[in-house]
Write a protein that binds this ligand. Structure first.
Ligand code: SAH
Ligand code: SF4
Ligand code: F3S
Length: 444
């Protein structure tokens, strides 16, 4: 048997890219590749890229520069660019970086083995199609290897919302939901391989409407209830949601579905209605706040998380203040915030920018507020008993780390817990980025 070739994949961007990288490794597994953790001994390097902000996209070019030496030393090494930058700028990458052998978009990566063969035969290969066939279904040769306790599972792809700042509808294409049967099969397979917690993924995951086994359209809530029945699966999460797609059933599921975790990432982007309108978000600050009220009525202890863009074109100090007011009202447990980055081809990129220094200063103020809130929510866990799904040993000898239901990282000293074990822990301390706990057994 020929010796396996080695594939090094580096992943940028969102969780959907993490999922896609696993699928790409599987596709290449069928072509005789095994994954390696280092580019130095790789026969093929694949960068799975993100186009969401300028900084993210630029990383591709600097990273490629770092591989130049390797490529010169070993001309046989094949270099590929995948993901959202590949989709948006594939031809430009080929032009600017002659060392790139292949480019593949996020919807056509099941064709990677053919592209690799073409590249190996000496012809550069580019595929940024949006093919009709199902890329997930095309990857049937999944290895039965054991998995860690947590996994991502993409159920919905693409976006039809066209927020004025965002590249996703262009790089990922139109919204498509996978049939529920396929999702359930994949979930059962993951559980058989050791997975205890599944995070359902989609750019607008709560807009999911895949065909159910009964031939009818299933909502995300319906899908979650079906996953709830899988023995051995302990936890269900989903991300990312859009405020306009939180239907009553999904809100109710947060109160009633035992395995659905009390954590919800619900980006709002801004607290100013004027800016939300210019962003084409089709919700208001008020409708978002009322929605959170309803979610908290169903599940009072839910931990809310969000995304914010500061310095969107024409954002005034008053608009920004409205965002701070909204944050004060919600009390987030986590939040991700970004300075607006103009993206080629999006409507907002044509508009006049907020002064750079002003935008940076606003980002700092917003992040200070968010950090205080995150810390307060985390500190409020001290003294409480939470369930922790243990994932791996920690940095200190005997230490185990995992995540609470609320997605806080928790570490326990001198633990005999095994990865995949779900047990009750009492929180004893709140640190900068994690909580310390001790096992509940033996406590009086
Ligand atoms: N589908 C999700 C998020 C997609 S992108 C949603 O609708 O919320 C993840 C986050 O990146 C967004 O929520 C937004 O806060 C941020 N983002 C997207 N485009 C951006 C841009 N051009 N500049 C700065 N931040 C951006
Ligand atoms: Fe981008 Fe808006 Fe779609 Fe989210 S909903 S992926 S921010 S266009
Ligand atoms: Fe980035 Fe594409 Fe995800 S642009 S955030 S990798 S969908």
């Amino acid at each position: 048997m020929a010796e396996a070739k080695k594939l090094y994949i580096k992943t940028y961007g969102c969780q959907m890219n993490v999922y896609d990288s696993e699928r790409m490794a599987e596709a290449m597994g069928g072509a005789g590749y095994v994954e390696t953790q280092s580019p130095d001994d790789a026969d093929m390097i694949l960068l799975n890229t993100c186009h969401i902000r300028e900084k993210a996209a630029e990383k591709v070019y600097s990273e490629l520069g770092r591989f130049r030496g390797l490529k010169e030393a070993r001309p046989d090494l094949k270099i590929g660019v995948a993901g959202c930058v590949a989709q948006a700028e594939g031809e430009e990458i080929m032009r600017r970086q002659p060392m790139v052998d292949l480019v593949v978009g996020p919807q056509s990566y099941h064709r990677l083995p053919e592209l690799e063969a073409k590249a190996r035969a000496g012809t550069k290969a580019l595929d940024t199609d949006f093919p009709l066939e199902d890329k997930f279904d095309a990857l049937k040769n999944r290895p039965k290897a054991k998995r860690g306790p947590t996994a991502f599972l993409t159920v919905q792809e693409g976006c039809d919302k066209f927020c004025a700042f965002c590249v996703v509808p262009y790089t990922r294409g139109a919204e498509v939901s996978r049939p529920a049967t396929r999702v359930l099969d994949e979930a059962r397979d993951l559980v058989e391989r050791g997975v205890r917690e599944i995070t359902l993924l989609g750019q607008n995951v709560n807009a999911y409407h895949g065909e159910g086994p009964d031939g009818k359209d299933w909502s995300l809530a319906r899908l979650i209830w079906a996953l709830n029945d899988i023995d051995g699966l302990e936890r269900i999460r989903f991300t990312t949601s859009h405020p306009n797609d939180m239907d009553d059933d999904l809100i109710a599921a947060h109160g009633e579905c035992e395995k659905l975790m009390p954590y919800l990432h619900l980006p709002v982007q801004s607290g100013s209605d004027r800016i939300l309108k210019r962003m084409n978000r089709s919700h208001t600050a008020e409708s978002y706040l009322r929605l959170i009220e309803r979610i908290r009525a169903a599940r009072p202890d839910i931990l809310m998380s969000g995304d914010f863009i500061v310095g969107f074109p024409e954002e005034t100090e008053a608009d920004f203040q409205a965002t701070l007011d909204l944050i004060e009202e919600v009390q987030y447990g986590y939040a991700f915030s970004f300075k607006y980055s103009p993206r080629p081809g999006t409507p907002a990129a044509e508009r006049s920018m907020v002064d750079e220094a002003e935008a940076s200063e606003r980002l700092q103020r917003l992040q200070a507020l968010i950090t205080r809130q995150q810390r307060a929510v985390q500190d409020s866990m001290v003294g409480r008993r939470v369930k922790v799904l243990f994932e791996k040993p920690g940095r200190l000898p005997g230490q185990m780390v995992g995540k609470s239901d609320y997605l806080h990282a928790v570490h326990v000293a001198e633990s005999d817990a095994q990865p995949g074990e779900l047990s009750e822990v009492e929180i004893i301390e709140s640190g900068a980025n994690s909580l310390a706990g001790r096992p509940v057994q033996g406590l009086s």
